[in-house]
Design a binder for this molecule. Structure first.
Ligand SMILES: Cc1cc2nc3c(=O)[nH]c(=O)nc-3n(C[C@H](O)[C@H](O)[C@H](O)COP(=O)(O)OP(=O)(O)OC[C@H]3O[C@@H](n4cnc5c(N)ncnc54)[C@H](O)[C@@H]3O)c2cc1C
Length: 339
């Protein structure tokens, strides 16, 4: 029997640690419970928020609707030749899935070690780190359609993955709840060690032929040294996406700011390091009331204690304005703003 709770604090359900209450709150442990929940027409007419680990959202206010916390568990794996098919419940913790694979020498997730959050949220923004994105290993996902009460399988092509984008953030926003994700990994590693920090740390450890475990450990080490731990200082990782501009726009920008940090983005486009742009505007490590930017990475906005979602949002708007004024480049928020 589903338990609908009322007036539940979400403070411990969002990594920013901001205070906000949910008018209604339900935890889903089996996918069939979603069909059961929406049999009651009341919920089809109510505003809903799907919640995984709350590590990519900023709650601006109390949520005047139903928060659906996904806790569907289970990991299945099947080997076929050199491929490994892994299917995990949406409520599994992403890094537990990574560890499950790393321990078994299943290759493909090692660069995505230690990303917070749930498996179910991983396709929403096509999570990525250190040159690897979910789409590189994604096979399919199964999702509940709110409007029809039925389950649908989405192939990789169906998901329209892009840089921190998918169909679930755009055309189908709010229409589906992901209940499981299937990945195709490999027994044969094809490492992506192109990020300087990975190479450097492998050198520091005198590792010349890394294993899957080595890469996972190195990535975890780099992340811990650079990013604030949400259990001690509230944050949601990178607050903004790295802006992608045309080669023409980039040439103009580089003629004024020769040091601008950038990466090729393919198709005549260039990706700028948002952290660098923000730092150049003097925001790195700045404390503004209860909020601010992280001392080691200006792209991360933090809650120094007692910050409201509105305060963090206001700071993010100020940062967007100052980057635009100095560089003529518009930053877009990566974090989901929930009002
Ligand atoms: C310290 C730190 C570091 C981070 N580093 C990275 C990084 O390197 N790369 C990266 O890509 N991200 C990073 N993130 C962001 C975050 O970890 C990912 O976006 C993650 O996938 C969010 O998972 P979650 O379960 O916490 O999602 P939530 O915050 O709970 O939800 C995020 C969005 O997805 C929706 N959603 C959640 N679950 C489902 C579901 N089952 N079905 C449908 N919609 C759903 C929510 O409604 C919301 O819109 C970082 C965050 C932190 C705090």
């Amino acid at each position: 029997m589903l338990q609908i709770q009322e007036n539940v604090s979400l403070k411990n359900f969002n990594t920013f640690g901001v205070e906000a209450n949910a008018k209604y709150f339900v935890e889903i442990n089996r996918k069939e419970e979603l069909a059961e929940l929406f049999l009651d027409p009341q919920w089809l007419q109510t505003k809903t928020l799907v919640l995984g680990g709350g590590s990519n959202m900023l709650l601006l206010n109390n949520f005047d609707g139903l928060v659906i916390r996904i806790n569907i568990r289970g990991i299945e794996h099947r080997i076929s030749h050199n491929d490994v098919y892994i299917e995990a419940g949406a409520g599994e913790v992403w890094n537990d899935l990574v560890n499950f694979c790393v321990i078994r020498d299943y290759a493909g997730l090692e660069n995505l070690s230690l990303i917070p959050g749930s498996v179910g949220a991983s396709p929403i923004q096509n999570i990525g780190a250190y040159g690897v994105e979910l789409q590189d290993v994604f096979y399919s996902c199964n999702a509940f359609e709110l409007a029809t009460g039925s389950f649908k399988t989405f192939s990789k092509a169906d998901c329209h993955f892009g840089y921190r984008e998918s169909i679930f953030k755009n055309e189908l926003r709010g229409q589906y709840i992901i209940v499981s994700v299937k990945l195709r990994l490999s027994l044969i590693p094809h490492f992506n060690l192109s990020y300087g920090a990975i190479e450097q740390e492998l050198n520091n450890r005198h590792i010349t032929s890394p294993t899957i475990k080595d890469v996972s450990q190195v990535v975890s080490h780099i992340r811990v040294s650079k990013l604030p731990d949400p259990s001690t200082i509230g944050n949601a990782g990178s607050f903004f996406k790295n802006p992608v501009i045309t080669a023409g726009e980039f040439n103009l920008l580089q003629s004024i700011f020769p040091q601008v940090v950038h990466y090729p983005a393919g198709d005549g486009h260039v990706k700028l390091a948002a952290g660098w742009l923000i730092e150049q505007c003097g925001w790195k490590g700045k404390v503004v009331g209860n909020t601010g930017t992280w001392k080691n990475q200006a792209l991360v906005l933090v809650n120094h204690g007692g910050a409201t979602g509105q305060e963090v949002y206001t700071l993010s708007s100020q940062i967007i304005d100052s980057v635009y004024t100095k560089f003529g480049v518009t930053l877009h928020r990566e974090v989901n703003i929930i009002s």
